[in-house]
Each structure stands twice: as C-alpha cells, then as structure tokens.
Design a binder for this molecule. Structure first.
Ligand code: FES
Length: 183
C-alpha cells in the first residue's frame, strides 16, 4: 500500500461511474452513507483515501464524516485485503484459552502482522473481538468459515487447506475433518 493512504486508483477508473450510479439512486435514502460505502468496497475491494473523498464529494458531506464511519466499523477496509481474510478472535474467552499463541503461529507462518496482506495476495490478517462462538474458543475465521478449538499446531494445516483451495484443489480429507466447529 502506498504510504499516502491512496490505493493507486485513477480518477477515470470505470468503477467510479458504477459507484456514482449507485450514489445517485440512493442519495436521498436516510443513512445512505453506509450503503454507499458497502457498494464502494464491493467495487474496489477496500476504501482508500481517493474513494472516500469521491464519496464525500458526491454526497456533499465532509471527508471527515466518511472517514469516521469507515474507521468505526470493522467491516470496512482501509487497505487492500487478501483473497482470504483471517480473523483471529482476541475476545476474553479466546484470549484466556490461548488465542495469542494461535495469532503468533499465523504471524510466523505467513510472515505478516495484523493489518497486513501476504505478498502473494492470498491472505490478510486481522484481530477482532468475539465472533460469537465462545464455546469453541479459541476460534478464528478464514473467509466466512469458523475454525474452533484452534491451537498453534493446527495453523499450518488450516492455511494449507486454503492454499490448496486457491489452486483449485479439493481440501485434504484429514484437514477438512480437523475443522472443528465450522458453522
Ligand atoms: S471470545 Fe472468541 S468467540 Fe467469543
């Protein structure tokens, strides 16, 4: 990511036209900013500075208001994300059952820190609060899948499963069976 916070998106990027059509159709809807930001993230994958400024200008609101919403909700990404976003729950139940060791193992395996993406664009890493399955603590999410009762030792096989999936392969049976507590 560029240090300036921009995403290298050109002003004539055709996705802005698509976004403008959405904004024009929803600008009079109460609370439209969040919906517009959802659409913008669908189109661009994340919400860099130039996209936030474009939204602010089209909606006629201060950029600070857009930035405030983007940074308030975990859902919105300021940086590009990998194909699979790994969310490590650091809520109380997970933390006391060793979530920090799981996080360390993921960081070590992927060589990235929370908020970063692997150089191959496959994974990005985030920490989060409770993901709603404390009975399976410690738990992580990879994409939309939940993996419960995680240990640092299980990290390599979980990551291997998604690497394999990205290459178009089927998950190995042993790994798939090792996925505990997926919703
Ligand atoms: S604290 Fe981790 S799932 Fe609730």
């Amino acid at each position: 990511m560029a240090a300036c916070g921009c995403g290298g998106i050109q002003p004539d990027d055709p996705r802005f036209r698509e976004l403008d059509a959405f904004i024009d159709a929803h600008r009079h809807v109460r609370g439209s900013l969040i919906g517009v930001l959802h659409r913008a993230q669908e189109l661009f994958g994340f919400l860099p500075e130039e996209v936030q400024q474009h939204v602010a200008q089209r909606l006629g609101i201060p950029p600070s208001q857009v930035y405030g919403v983007v940074t308030f909700y975990n859902y919105f990404n300021l940086r590009p994300t990998g194909r699979y976003t790994i969310r490590v729950c650091m809520g109380t139940a997970c933390y006391v059952r060793g979530a920090d060791k799981v996080l360390q193992a993921i960081q070590s395996e992927l060589k990235i820190q929370p908020g970063e993406m692997t150089s191959d664009g496959l994974f990005s890493l985030e920490v989060c609060r409770c993901i709603g399955c404390c009975g399976l603590a410690p738990a992580i999410m990879v994409g939309e899948e939940v993996f419960g009762n995680m240990t640092d030792a299980k990290v390599p096989e979980v990551l291997a499963r998604f690497r394999q999936q990205a290459q178009g392969g089927e998950p190995e049976p042993a790994v798939a069976a090792g996925k505990e507590g997926a919703r």
